[in-house]
Structures are given as C-alpha cells and as structure tokens.
Design a protein. Structure first.
Lengths: 580, 179
C-alpha cells in the first residue's frame, strides 16, 4: 500500500505501534474506547494503561463493545471506536459490526491479529478478520508495516465519517504493535479512489423544486440519512414552510418533531394507516436520506402501480433506483442538498396550490381519524402500548430511548413521539436482538446526565444480559423498561397470522426472576403487574437518578402490533387491529 | 403448497444482456476478493474476470464480463464504484469497443491428422507454439465466438486440454480509461 498525503516530518518522535494507536485515537479526539483485552492487543492495552486521555470501557462480551461504540455514535455526532483481540474477539464483534453497517453508522473497529509471520499458519486465536468482516464493513485494512499504521488509522476515520458513513476495521498484527517508527499523524489524507459527492446537481435540485411546487398531493418521506447528516433542523424548516405531510422511517424518527400536526407517524410494515395511505396515494413524493427498503414500501410492484413523481435525495448513488424507479435523483450530502433546495423553493415564482393541498389534508385527516394505534385502555392486564405512552409522559418525551428488536421495538417507535434527532436508537436494518442494553450504555456515555431508557423484551434482553455488570462498573443509571410477555412476541405474531397459530419455539420458558437478577448485579429491580401501577413505578424509577432501575412489566401475552403490512403485500394492504 | 409465501417478494423479469465492464483499481491485496465478494454477495453473475497490473504498477486493470438486465447492471456499476479501491470504471458495451481472449489448446496431432491440424490452425490464424511427436499446442486469439468456432471445428476426441483467459476489452477510438 502506498501512503499518500502523509509526510513524515523531520522531528517526528519514534514510537511503537501500540503507542501510535493510542496517539492516533487521541488526535482524533476519541473520548471512549469500548473493548476487551486479549493476547494480540496486550501492547495496546499497556499503552492505554499509561495515559488518561482515551478512556477505556470494559464490556463483558465483544459484541457489546461494537454495539456500545455504535450507539455512542448514534447518540452523538462522533465516531464510535472499539478495540477487540484477534480470533474470537473479532468474531464476537461481527454481529455488532454488521448491525452498524446496515444502519450506516460511522465506527472504527481496531482488532488485534496474530504476528505477521504467523498469519496463515492457523496460529492460536487466528482468524482472517479482514476476510470475515469484508461483507459487513464499509472498508477494512490489514496493517502489515508499522510505517503505514498512522496513515491507515487516519484513512479509517475519513472513510467511516464521509459519504454514506459506515464501520471501518483496522486489523493490527501483534508484531506491528511492538515495531517502532517515527510518528506523525497527518492532518488530512487524500485518496484518489475515494471522493464522495457532497453537492447535489443544481439542475436536478431546480427540477425537484418545480415538481414540489406543482404537487397537488405531496408527501415527504425521510430516513436515517437525515439523522446521520444532522439535517433535521433544515428538514423541519422546509416542511413547515411548505405545510406538507411528512413521515419518518424507523431509522428516521426524530428527523421531524413527532408531536407536530404535519407529522403522520412512522410508515412501513408497522407504520400508521395515514402515513402508508398518503405514501401510496400522493402525486409527488420527496424521499430524503431513505432507501425504499422492503420494510418501508412493501411490495415494490404494488407501490409502483400508482403513478407518482418521485424526488430522491441520497448520498449513496447505489440507493437510488435500486428498488423503486425515481424521476429526479439527487446524489449529495443531505444538508447541502436541502440548503440548495430551500434557496430554489424561495426563488421560484410558482406558488403551492393551497386549495389542492387543503383537499389532500382533508383526505389525510379522514385516514388519521381511523386512529389506527388504538388499543384497549381499560384492559385489566398491562398493555405494552400503555407502558410506552406513560414512559413518554414521565420522561417529558426528552429521553434517549434504545430498544431491542421485536414487538416492543415497534411499540416504542409508534408511541414514543420523538421530538429530536438521535434520541431513538435501535437496530433497524439488521434487526439485531440484544442491542438494547449495550446501546443504552453507549448513549449514556455519549450524554452524561441525560435520561436513557432501554425498552426491551425478555427474549432480546437475555441475549446481552451480561452487560448489567458493565453498567455497575461504570455507574450507568440506565432505566430498563422490560415489556415481558413471555413470548418472542414478533415471532409469535407472525406464527399467529401466517402459520396457523403454531407457536413453534417462540415461548420463553424458564425465565429468570428479573428483579433478583438485577439486584444480584447491584441494581434496583421492580416488578409491575397492574396497569394502575405503571405510572407510579416509572415515576419512582426515573426519580432514582443514580441507579440503574430494572422494571419488569408483565404485559398482555397476546397483544399484536398493528397496523401490519404482511411481507410481499402492498403498503395500503394493511391488517388493522381487530377492533377496527 | 402453491400459495405464495407471505415473505415472498416478486421476481422482476427484465431482459438480461451481456456487459463487459473495465475497472481500474488499486493494486492492493484484497482488492480482487472485494470485487469477487460483491458479485457473490449480491447474486450478480460473473462470466469471466481477468486482472493484471497496468503500466502504472500501483493500478490494476480488471475486465469483468457479466449478464444482467439494465437495472442489475446499473446496480453492479454503482456497487463497484462504492468499493474504496475502485478508482474508475466503464461499461465498455455502452459504445464501440474491442475485446480479445487468448486460448491455448493442446491437440492430438499424430499420423494423418497432423497435417490437418496444422491447416486448421492456419485457417484460424492460430500459432503452433509447442510440438511433440503426437501433439501440437496452438495459441489462438480472438473474441469468444472465434475461439468457440475453433473448438467446434475440431474433432472432439483430438482435444487434450484447453485453457482460456477470459475476455479483455478496450474502447475504440479516443475513449480511454485512465486516471
């Protein structure tokens, strides 16, 4: 590999590879390093011991290191960084890396490797880290020469954070951490093969502005790209100026204030009736930082049956026209494109057809009137939706909410009205059960003093339960909201709908006593069995500012998530709650 | 069992065409496996792949022959462009281009067949590059169909061994692919 852009200055100090790793992290302003030590990274850990600028967070399993680094990034604007050893250290982290990759999270993973002379010899704790992670990283490197180490780490941070963000792995053999070279961390680095587009094409943006102003039944649909590029304020400004209806994907929640009248709720497989109907029946659709995936638009052929003009703004050219043909593609960094779009909208002489827009809103209000998220508020058993609604109330809608994967994730997305970006942290793309607790750890460390709650299910939570120990060590006062229905609820729901009520292996038998379990880790545990106790319990838990409180809510076992678009069906072919 | 699965997504059927894609990429270990991995992970088809360093040793030039509908080929080029090590690429089939493939073929050439084999190689403008008492090894260059035609023209039992490089391609005229 050729080093470009890195010039070694004459007075550079000679350092070992391990020292260089730590100095690079320091230069990148890395505050927390999530990791787990092991043979191949011992020299790096030795250097970490000697300094106090980069703080190490010791997890209990490498998967959690990757998840926590991922959430640290999601809940801030920084890069998440983790450090794992070779072999099982890397393989344990793979789930976390793939999770971050699917949601385009900027992350740098440093992995130890066996010494260069042992590579390929089936050495102890050897695994082809670069090979194993290749399909689930934006890019990865194996550093075979200490002289390339600093420039490679610089490249890793550059690649992770620019263009469509993503995880980058740097695999460092043990002998490279011992070898010495003159250290110089380049301020910037150029790569001839990597030049992500930033500015959108002005002609395309002008076309988009014209189309938007001509719309009779407009709709704005935004995704995770708006959150990742910190474009939420600009998006909100444009939407409010236009007075158009707007929906967010699961990854995009918080991109537009969830309690605003223009917001139709989340769309997609478990989106609201009004959001999905408006998506299907609009005449101009503006997609911003979203990728028309299968959980969002359902069957693309069904979606394509209705003629509509589509404007698609995305930083990744391969996201455009992948599943749905679009009329005005705009490749660019979302805030730059929106800035230019705003200028264009303000300078156009054409005005929005307010009469048509009012008629469109009247139709949307009819859809909204069906109250698709209705549930039985008089139930003597705790309804999971009630818990999330009360959670929103008790935290004033201002908490960082992480979730695991399943029914509870959908209820959290539907019922916690996210007012700000980066407050909703979940695994949208890969759908990784077990992320909730390590996500909460990362979110809390990124936002000390903030309220962080993890909405989870008993099946997901059990997957990374060991991290309760990490929470104790670092005094993380998380609030765990366990919606315990003794089922893998989402699996059970699909089995009910599509597999003739045969609940194959979806019942969680032999669960632990979560109250005692929390207490055994040194935390506070609570069990809540009656609807009337939900709010008082939440108030008590959130009043304990310094404790991790584990709330085990025994919820209705057979509650389903509605609306639901079955896989392969069209967006407007929703199953609504039985009551409707 | 004919009811569609609730998980199923419809298969979009569009006409698959042959495309020849030329790529300049960083001459680094791992770059080839990234390209090959992309094709297998996303279910794209590779008919042939050739690669070698260019006159600038920091760059490799790769030629991939693939088949796919316009949508698929658009995705292939976009996904290839996303690979960090890919510097530049072009779909040669979009315009006039030349492609060549090299074949080495070892044939039985004994007795009365020996003269016939020599004539055949001459007709196809092949060169005999290795000779034994009973065999010839013929070097033949051309587009894929010419090589196919040569194989077709031979008596199957006479063919001992064949090896083909896969297509390499270059645009006609002033069009160039360089950094």
């Amino acid at each position: 590999m050729k080093i470009t852009g890195a010039e070694i200055s004459g007075d550079a100090v000679e350092m070992t590879g391990a020292e260089i790793v730590v100095k690079c992290l320091e230069a990148e302003g890395v505050e927390y390093l999530f990791g787990y030590p092991g043979g191949a990274v011992l020299f790096i850990y030795d250097e970490l011991f000697k300094q106090d600028k980069v703080r190490h967070v010791l997890v209990r399993h490498e998967q959690a290191a990757a998840h926590a680094a991922d959430a640290y990034s999601r809940a801030s604007q920084k890069v998440g960084v983790c450090l794992v050893t070779s072999g099982p250290g890397v393989t344990n982290a793979v789930t976390g890396i793939a999770t971050a990759y699917m949601d385009s999270i900027p992350m740098v993973i440093l992995s130890g490797q066996v010494p260069t002379h042992a590579i390929g010899q089936d050495a102890f704790q050897e695994v082809d880290a670069v090979g194993i992670t290749r399909p689930c990283v934006k890019h990865n490197f194996l550093v075979k020469d200490v002289r390339e180490l600093a420039a490679t780490i610089k490249k890793a941070f550059l690649i992770a954070t620019t263009g469509r963000p993503g995880p980058v792995l740097v695999d460092i053999p043990k002998d490279v951490t011992i070898a010495k070279t003159a250290f110089h961390y380049p301020d910037s680095i150029a790569m001839r093969s990597y030049n992500p587009v930033i500015k959108g094409h002005p002609g395309q943006i002008k076309k988009a502005a014209q189309l938007i102003l001509e719309a009779k039944r407009p709709m704005i649909y935004t995704g995770g790209g708006v959150i990742l590029s910190d474009a939420a304020p600009l998006l909100t400004k444009i939407v409010k100026m236009l007075g158009f209806p707007v929906t967010n994907t699961l990854m995009g929640l918080g991109g537009y204030p969830g309690d605003d009248r223009l917001f139709l709720g989340m769309l997609g497989m478990h989106g609201t009736y009004e959001a999905n109907m408006a998506m299907q029946h609009c005449d101009v659709l503006v997609a911003v930082g979203a990728r028309f995936d299968d959980r969002v638009i359902g069957n693309p052929t069904h979606f394509g049956q209705v003629p509509r003009k589509i404007v698609h703004i995305d930083v990744d050219p391969s996201s455009i026209s992948k599943r749905v043909k679009v009329d005005v593609p705009i490749v660019g960094h979302v805030p730059d494109v929106l800035e230019e779009l705003l200028k264009q909208l303000e300078s156009q002489t054409a005005k929005i057809d307010q009469k048509a827009l009012a008629a469109w809103w009247a139709q949307i209000e009819l859809w909204r009137g069906r109250d698709c998220l209705r549930y039985d508020r008089t139930s003597p058993i705790i309804k999971p939706q009630l818990v999330v609604e009360k959670l929103h109330e008790v935290t004033n809608g201002d908490a960082f909410i992480t979730s695991d994967v399943g029914q509870h994730q959908m209820w959290a997305a539907q019922f916690y009205k996210f007012a700000k970006p980066r407050r909703w942290i979940n695994s949208g793309g890969l759908g990784t059960m077990g992320v909730g607790l390590p996500y909460a750890m990362g979110a809390q460390l990124a936002n000390p003093g903030a309220t962080v709650a993890c909405v989870t299910g008993e099946a997901s939570f059990t997957m990374c339960i060991q991290e309760l120990s990490t929470c104790k060590q670092y005094r993380l006062p998380l609030k765990i909201v366990l919606l315990n229905n003794r089922y893998m609820g989402m699996v059970r729901q699909w089995q009910q709908f599509f597999h003739g009520n045969r609940y194959s292996e979806s019942y969680m038998d032999a669960l632990p006593d979560f109250v005692k379990l929390a207490e055994s880790f040194g935390h506070v545990g609570m069990r809540i069995e009656k609807p009337g106790d939900v709010e008082p319990a939440l108030r008590e838990a959130f009043a304990r500012k310094n404790d991790l409180v584990f709330m085990d809510f025994l919820t209705d076992q057979t509650e389903n998530v509605y609306p639901m678009v079955p896989g392969g069906k069209g967006l407007s072919e929703m199953i609504l709650s039985e009551e409707l | 069992m004919n009811a569609p699965s609730p998980y199923a997504l419809p298969v979009q059927e569009t006409k698959a065409m042959r495309h020849i894609i030329s790529i300049l990429l960083e001459n680094e270990s791992g770059a080839l496996s990234r390209v090959a991995g992309l094709f297998s992970a996303r279910g794209y088809n590779i008919e042939s792949l050739t690669v070698a360093p260019t006159e600038d040793p920091s760059l490799s030039r790769m030629t991939i022959v693939t088949t796919g509908s316009d949508d698929v080929v658009e995705q292939i080029t976009k996904q290839l462009n996303k690979l960090i090590e890919v510097v530049k690429l072009v779909d040669l089939s979009e315009a006039a281009h030349i492609e060549r493939e090299l074949m080495l073929i070892k044939v039985r050439a004994a007795g009365k067949d020996r003269e016939e084999m020599k004539r055949m190689a001459d007709i196809f403008r092949g060169r005999i590059i290795d000779v034994t008492e009973s065999t010839y090894t013929v070097e033949l260059t051309g587009d894929g169909s010419k090589l196919d035609a040569f194989i077709e023209a031979l008596d199957k039992t006479a063919i001992l061994e064949t090896v083909r490089t896969g297509a390499s391609g270059i645009a006609r005229g002033e069009r160039v692919l360089r950094v």
